[in-house]
Design a protein around this ligand. Structure first.
Ligand code: IPM
Ligand code: MN
Length: 354
């Protein structure tokens, strides 16, 4: 009996369904080649559903999703829905309620891709950001007083729990050890100003570091890290940071690896169900045009297979993507690839299958 994985598929908004279709094409090629089965269940969560029903996630949805082996998400965000509603009501709610406390974001420059950094190539850009994914400024703590008056007060607090910080840091040390590349873990913080939150992070980091004598603990302030990403990206191996800083630095990371068209990530609950997604948005202006780059979604599918334990299949997807970027794509940008969305998917699927 081949192994079967039950996957919840949420195409979502904008170009999400198109890129997920190409990702599924590639995942199916991998399942044929490596001898496992994917049992897909599609969900229509997203802006269209919200506009029709007023509902972001229906009652019971989260519990239903809990039963899957993994989730595969396209994009959430609709031009006719006020910013925040879908992001908070779907994406963040799934991350929080499914306790996907790690957001894993590899930053890797593949061959053939134009890097905006002068004199940097694939040998310089290959690191992974471990972003805390359930706390910090995203926790929603705070409130507003006297809204709309000249005396308005808005407070938005960063929540950092010992448990939340420690499990994230432990995951990062374990990940760095397993990766076994430079064996260096950098904490990205702001200990010189955020002296409550990052004191907790820093103390926890160096305490846990004692259990990993093979890993070099390193520290950088978040502002400095944005500078080093541009100047010396080769310094980094694995970086661990809080939710907000992780959000910001991974957009910069995506740019130095060539753009949103290739940047993938995983929202991981090591003890539960994890969700894999391209990190770019729903790109509504390209919707239905067969122009968007599906590689980020394809790479997210590869990460999902690795997470499920199909490491060989996951690696074969990455290798196929590298062949495509190395020889077949003019650019990663939508409409400038020299190929359509579906052609890129076909090509990756072909390389995976052969
Ligand atoms: C991301 C996105 C989300 C975030 C938004 C859409 C809520 O920017 O996945 O990085 O801020 O986490
Ligand atoms: Mn972001």
């Amino acid at each position: 009996m081949p192994k079967t994985y039950n996957i919840a598929v949420i195409g979502g908004d904008g170009t999400g369904p198109e890129v997920i279709a190409e990702g599924l094409k590639v995942l199916n090629a991998a399942s044929g080649k490596f001898g496992f089965k994917l049992n897909l269940t599609h969900f229509d969560f997203g802006g269209e559903r919200y506009l029709k029903s007023g509902e972001t996630l229906p009652e019971g949805a989260v519990d239903e999703l809990r039963k899957f082996d993994a989730m595969y998400l396209g994009a959430i965000g609709h031009p006719d829905v006020k910013p925040g509603i879908l992001e908070k009501g779907i994406l963040l709610r799934l991350r929080f309620e499914l306790d996907q406390y790690i957001n894993l974001r590899p930053v890797k420059l593949y061959p053939g891709i134009d890097c905006p950094l002068k004199d940097k190539g694939p040998e310089h850009i290959d690191f992974v950001v471990v972003r805390e994914n359930t706390e910090g400024l995203y926790a929603g703590a705070g409130g507003v007083l006297k809204k709309g008056t000249p005396d308005e007060v808005a407070v938005q607090e960063s929540i950092n729990t010992r448990k939340g910080v420690e499990r994230c840091i432990r995951y990062a040390f374990e990940y760095c050890k397993k990766r076994n590349k430079m064996n260096k873990l950098t904490l990205c913080g702001k200990t010189n100003v955020l002296t409550f939150a990052f004191d907790l992070w820093e103390r926890t980091f160096y305490e846990v570091a004692k259990e990993y004598p093979g890993i070099k603990p390193d520290y950088a302030h978040v502002d400095a890290i944005t500078m080093w990403f541009v100047k010396n990206p080769e310094w980094f191996d694995v970086i661990v940071t809080d939710n907000m800083f992780g959000d910001i630095i991974t957009d910069l990371g995506a740019m130095i690896q060539g753009g949103m068209g290739i940047a993938a990530g995983g929202n991981i609950n090591p003890e539960g169900v994890s969700m894999f997604e391209p990190i770019g948005g729903s790109a509504p202006k390209y919707k239905g045009k067969n122009m968007i780059n599906p590689l980020a979604a394809i790479c997210a599918g590869g990460m999902m297979l690795e997470h499920l334990g199909e490491e060989k299949a996951g690696r074969s997807i990455e290798e196929a993507v590298m062949k495509v970027t190395g020889k077949h794509l003019k650019s990663l940008a939508a409409g400038q690839m020299g190929l359509t969305t579906t052609e890129v998917g076909d090509l990756v699927a072909k390389f995976v299958a052969t």
